[in-house]
Design a protein around this ligand. Structure first.
Ligand SMILES: Cc1cc2nc3c(=O)[nH]c(=O)nc-3n(C[C@H](O)[C@H](O)[C@H](O)COP(=O)(O)O)c2cc1C
Length: 220
């Protein structure tokens, strides 16, 4: 494909994507298409490469019903989406967290010296950026990373002709409690970050309105 064609494909995908409120519940996403969307999330970049996320694919009707009660902004999507993902952000990702050690030692096979050097880098960076001021700032930093995965998943879906909707319209404390009560994830380690639904549109969306490029881009 030429660059010109690729440019058009990319722009078409961004125009195609819209926040889908209801999906055609009779249409299911093909397994390999959905796996590609998950891969787009998994392969996403993250600060210092620490991948502070987990993707819960919520297909259980029972769990969707429980989330429905707690998610005013996600009701239509929970009822109709082919696939529904709740993205969790990891808590307390610092140089001394077990997760960081797992990534460095088990995954990246760093030796002790490299782990120590990397730990110093993590600490220096997190201090400079006020990331490790408190648990809240640490969680916000992890959450930010999950939104990169979120964006990549939605764009990949759009390229495959699949609709999506990102959602923060849920009671975050109640969802955290639900996940804890159901033993789905350890809420000492994770917190809900954002939801995203996938499927095929029930009806055509309204025209996309955005600020013009000259209002949002400044060349210096
Ligand atoms: C982080 C985030 C949270 C959002 N939360 C919700 C939500 O809870 N429910 C919903 O229907 N739409 C939600 N939206 C969709 C936005 O309202 C929508 O993306 C925006 O109005 C632009 O419209 P478009 O995506 O159709 O172009 C959310 C979007 C983002 C990026």
């Amino acid at each position: 494909m030429s660059n010109k064609d690729m440019q058009q494909t990319i722009i078409d995908a961004f125009n195609y994507r819209h926040a889908t409120k209801r999906f055609d519940a009779s249409k299911k996403i093909d397994d390999s298409d959905f796996d590609t969307i998950l891969e787009a999330g998994r392969l996403s970049p993250s600060s210092l490469g620490l991948e502070p996320w987990r993707f819960l694919v919520v297909q259980s009707e029972d769990l969707r019903n429980k989330l429905h009660e707690l998610s005013g902004g996600a009701r239509g999507q929970l009822e109709t989406a082919s696939h529904f993902v709740l993205i969790l952000a990891r808590k307390n990702v610092t140089k001394s967290s077990p997760h960081v050690h797992h990534i460095l030692r088990d995954l990246k096979q760093y030796d002790d010296d490299s782990i120590k050097a990397f730990g110093d880098k993590v600490e220096g960076f997190q201090t400079n950026f006020h990331i490790n001021d408190n648990e809240r700032t640490l969680l916000d930093w992890s959450s930010k990373q999950t939104y990169i995965a979120l964006g990549n998943m939605m764009t990949s879906a759009a390229l495959l002709g699949i609709d999506s909707c990102p959602m923060e319209g849920f009671d975050i404390d109640a969802v955290e409690q639900l996940l804890d009560d159901e033993g789905i994830a350890d809420m000492k380690e994770f917190a809900p970050s954002v939801m995203v639904a996938f499927g095929y549109r029930e009806k055509e969306p309204k025209e996309k309105i955005r600020q013009p490029q000259e209002d949002v881009v400044e060349w210096l």
